[in-house]
Every structure is written in structure tokens, then in C-alpha cells.
Design a protein around this ligand. Sequence first.
Ligand SMILES: Nc1ncnc2c1ncn2[C@@H]1O[C@H](COP(=O)(O)OP(=O)(O)OP(=O)(O)O)[C@@H](O)[C@H]1O
Ligand SMILES: [Mg+2]
Length: 472
Amino acid sequence: MKRMEVIPSARRLIGSLRDIGYDLPVAVADLVDNSIAAGATTIQLDMCFEGADSWIRLSDDGSGMSEGALVEAFRFGTRRYYDADELGKFGLGLKAASLSQCKRLTVASRSTLRGRTRAARWDLDHIESTDRWEVIRLRARDCVLATMPLRGTTGTVVLWERLDRILRFKSHRGQRALHEFAGLEKEIEEHLAMVFHRYLAREARRRLPLTICINGRPILPWDPFARHESNTRALSEQRLALIDGSAAHRVVVRPYVLPSGARFSTPTAHRAAAGPQHWNRQQGFYFYRNDRMIQGGGWNRLRTSDEHTKLARISVDFSASADQLFELNVSKTQVRVPLGLRAQLATIASSVARIAQDAYRGSSNGSQGTDLVAARLEAVRELVGMVIAGVQAVVAEELGQESVKGIKISKRISDLERTLVKEVINLTEAQSSPNGVVAGRPLGASASLNSPPITSLAATRHAVIGKRRASF
Ligand SMILES: Nc1ncnc2c1ncn2[C@@H]1O[C@H](COP(=O)(O)OP(=O)(O)OP(=O)(O)O)[C@@H](O)[C@H]1O
Ligand SMILES: [Mg+2]
């Protein structure tokens, strides 16, 4: 059999990769990932406005790259192995993120204090004219802007020039251009403060401290859950098992209900807690992969965002080993909730939303634990009702509404519903500690672990939904 290697057109492929879903803050975050992975403790982001010659530069004091590693870093689809706790995955971020924003990417790196600083460049104009996957090697003195921050330190510098996707104004020199460029700094700052808040606050599993400065100013972490506010309610943590064949991935869910405006310590604290997308769009799930936030807010089609539930925010932690199930995208901004988690997350979301509604309306009766148990029971009742209604509809469709067999089955399903609800209530109450806080595994977790009634509930639901081809 004859085989041929067909190499992609560099011009066409790199051109297309510019548009795979990065915006400026997201692209910068991808560079920060790399610096964190390289053990950096200080990351400097400099943005310099010089009209058409404006540039953006990210410098870190991490381990830097050897000659071979630097060349490999330039490959689209870097060949390398990743540990389960790493932030990288695709071998694309450095190139795809950078070239989504600029036409000239220069990387300088130094891995030992005694060693040389090495530098190389992807230049889209060169690729456009040659249509070749050709990286340009540079002498340190030919790219001083990129090598300067490495004087006296190890680390890596990423320099973006020819910012065609950022400088979109007609006149690159005008006041308006300057103003817009300055505005980008705030957008980046807010995004990094959110995405890396655990690293900046030393709450990540990685032990090293991290400072990110933007034009010399350190970025402060933004905690989506306003945990420093005394009226924020941390509801019981839920540990779920996501089953994948014979493996089980642990997913940790921590729900919070933030205080309503008047119950914040100060109006400034309330404004700060709103977040980059503001209250309504910041409600929902916050997915973290190895402590790095992937998604900040949104209900992933498990419910709709609503003014009344805007105080509900729920962190969901998963590790890189579950990437496939979460369908992580290249720019690391999105996940899909795996099928095996949907029912459980929907139940939790619905319970937390109920408590958030109460908080929104200003009610603060009862202890947190009792509220959560009551809300969860209500949510489970609703879920049981929905599943049963779905099963009833399928039975009616298959057997006909009037058939004797159909009526008999329908009656048995109704009996089953009553038994199910009873069992669920008993189970929940049994799991409650004396003060009403649910201890140990939550209902949702039980569903995939060892509780027959709910397991069958979730399974039935999926079966019904699969059969009816409805989206959840
Ligand atoms: N700041 C840095 N310091 C040290 N090494 C780096 C740095 N940036 C990139 N690298 C090296 O270059 C490689 C390629 O980086 P790139 O961001 O393109 O892909 P990745 O991080 O492996 O995966 P992903 O596409 O998920 O980001 C990295 O795996 C790392 O080995
Ligand atoms: Mg990367």
C-alpha cells in the first residue's frame, strides 16, 4: 500500500486557527497558564501603546525552556506528556492564543542563569508569503524588547507585536485609540483576577505564591463567592462520583448563596462582588480544572438565569483526568456538563436557587442546613414528578391512553412515585445530622454511588430523555 504524507497549508491552517474562540483576556489567561505550569511566582504583563507599534508582553520568572523545549513549544500540537495536575492539555495555547491577537509572536527564554537567552518567532507575514511552517530564530540582541526582562533571571517572555486584532481603530494614533487600549487593561485585569483567584490567594493546591502585575500594579484576587462577607452562606459541600467505564472521577461541588445588596458589609463590597459580567450573568456554576477557573457563571442549560436566583453561585471542581467527559475546549473557557452529572447538578442547582430566591426576597428564617434539606427535598420531589410524567407520556405513546394495559402500568407508575418520594425523604432525613445539616454524601452523590432508589431515578430519567430525544 502506498502512503503519502499530506502536510497542511501553513498559511490556511494558521489563518483559521486565529478564530477558534479567543478574545484578548482569554488569550492572556492562556499565557498565564503556561507561566504557572513553569513554576513562576511573578508574572509581569506590560501593555505599551505606541500606535501601530503597540505591543503586549508577558514575562515570567519560571523555569524557562532549553533549546529543544523552545523549538517544541513552537510546534502546533507540542509533543509532550502532561501530569494530571497540569494546566496545559492541547499543545496549542501559546501559538493559538497569541496569534489570535497579533501577527508577530516572539518568545525568549532562559533556563539557567549561566545559560544563554534563546529567542524565536512566528511571523504571520512570513508565513503568508512562504506558506511554510518556518519559525524564525533570533539573536538576543535582535529582539531586545523580548530578552530584556530576562537579564539576571531565568524565565520566559512572550511578546506580541502587530496587534491587528486589538488595534482595530481607523487611526492608530488618535486619542480614541489610546483610550480604548487603556480600557483593555481593565478587562484583562478583571478576567485574570477571576480565573486565577485561587492561585493569587494561595488557595490552589500548588504551594508557590503567585503575583501577577499589569503595568506594574499587582492584580488582587476576585472571590466569586464573597466568602469574606459574614452574610454569605456556604452550603454543604457535595462530593460526587462521575463514572467513566471502570473509573470514577471525583467532582466536588460547593454551593454558596451571597447576601442581597443591603446585607453586604458595604455598598463597595456589593459592587465588587457583582463580577465582570455583573450579578445576573455571574449566577450559576463556576467550573474549576486543577484550581484554574474555566467557566465563571451560567447554568449550562440545566436552568435559566433569573434575577431572583442571581445570588446563587456554585463551584464545581474536576481534575484534568475528567477533561474528555467535560469536553473542555481549546481556549479553556467552556465545559459541557457530562450526562452522568446532569441530574445531580440539576438537583443541587435547584435547591440552591430556592435558597437564593429566599435571600433575594430578604427572608432569612431557619438554619442553613435545614433550608438546604428542605430545598433539596422539594427539588427531588419535583425531579421525581418530572421523571414520572415523562415515563407516563412514553407509556401512553407506546400503548395508547385508553388501553387496559396502559392504564394498569400507569397506575403502577403512580404507586412507584409515592414509594420513591417516601424513600427519598427517609434517605435524606437519615443523612441529616442533628442540627439539620446534611452530612457526608449528598443525595446527588448517592445517585451514582450506592442508593438504589435514586440511581434508578437518574437512570430512568436518562432513559426517558434519550427515548424522547429531548434536550435536558
Ligand atoms: N512560560 C513558559 N515557560 C516554560 N515553558 C513554556 C512556557 N510557555 C510554554 N511553554 C512550553 O511550551 C509548550 C507549549 O505551550 P502551549 O501553551 O502551546 O501548549 P500547552 O501548554 O502544552 O497546552 P495548551 O494548548 O493546553 O495550553 C508547553 O507545554 C511548555 O512546555
Ligand atoms: Mg498552554
